[in-house]
Ligand binder design. Structure first.
Ligand code: BG6
Ligand code: MG
Length: 216
């Protein structure tokens, strides 16, 4: 007998490929400060809050900034990031995401968004899927960043289900760890080499089925 009652989805890299926009905006910021970072280093930024991402990047460049300067830099990055987000169209939803959300809702599974992004609502509106979630927990609603499970636990609570009745979909290692720390099952979206510990790893939501979900 399966006990899964809800699916909680990360946003960036799971529903939409905004991970690329984050990377481009951070890279532009680092370059403006006179250094660069690799795609491998970028993996460590996935799922991580804006402030923490900036601190990691400054560390890689060996650059020290005051708190006020850091705030300014984070705002600059977000402006560049939002320039790209504002161009987004519904076609940018990743393959299978909308279909799987619909499937979940058709069979009575609850759905929530669990994202670190403070821009989540804008992105959901841009791609036109706000009404496909029973609850949206984003970076404005939580104070502890992934790998802390706060965002997913808040999602379960908002849906009125127990953590062990939830399956999380995540593309970031920090997110996989957060789900496991919250006592939830987790489906990794990406590579098994990176997403260690996930109960199942698939390349995208187009590979996900109810059969796979109930076998977790
Ligand atoms: C996460 C992304 O979803 O949101 C991170 O994976 C990002 O890369 C974080 O830093 C915060 O996003 P935002 O939109 O609030 O800067
Ligand atoms: Mg993500």
């Amino acid at each position: 007998m399966n006990t899964i009652k809800a699916c909680i989805f990360d946003l960036d890299g799971v529903i939409v490929d905004t991970a690329v926009y984050h990377y481009k905006a951070w890279k532009r910021l680092a370059n403006s400060l006179g250094f660069d970072f690799t795609e491998h280093q970028n993996e460590q930024l996935k799922g991580v809050s804006r402030v923490r991402s900036l601190q990691l990047i400054l560390g890689w460049g060996g650059v020290t900034k005051t708190e006020a300067e850091q705030e300014q830099l984070a705002t600059q990055k977000n402006t560049w990031y939002m320039e790209m987000v504002n161009q987004m169209k519904p076609e940018e939803i990743l393959p299978g995401a909308k279909e799987f959300l619909k499937t979940c809702r058709t069979v009575g599974l609850k759905t929530a968004l669990g994202s670190a992004s403070k821009n989540s609502m804008t992105i959901l509106e841009k791609i036109g899927i706000t009404d496909m979630f029973d609850a949206v927990i984003d970076g404005n609603k939580v104070s502890k960043a992934k790998p802390d499970p706060e965002v997913f636990l808040a999602g379960a609570q908002a849906l009125g289900v127990q953590p062990e009745e939830c399956v999380v979909f995540e593309d970031a290692i920090a997110g996989v760890e957060a789900a496991l720390a919250g006592d939830m099952k987790v489906v990794g979206i990406g590579s098994p080499d990176v997403l260690k510990g996930a109960n199942l790893v698939i390349k995208g939501l187009d590979e996900m089925t109810l059969d796979k979900l109930y076998k977790l």
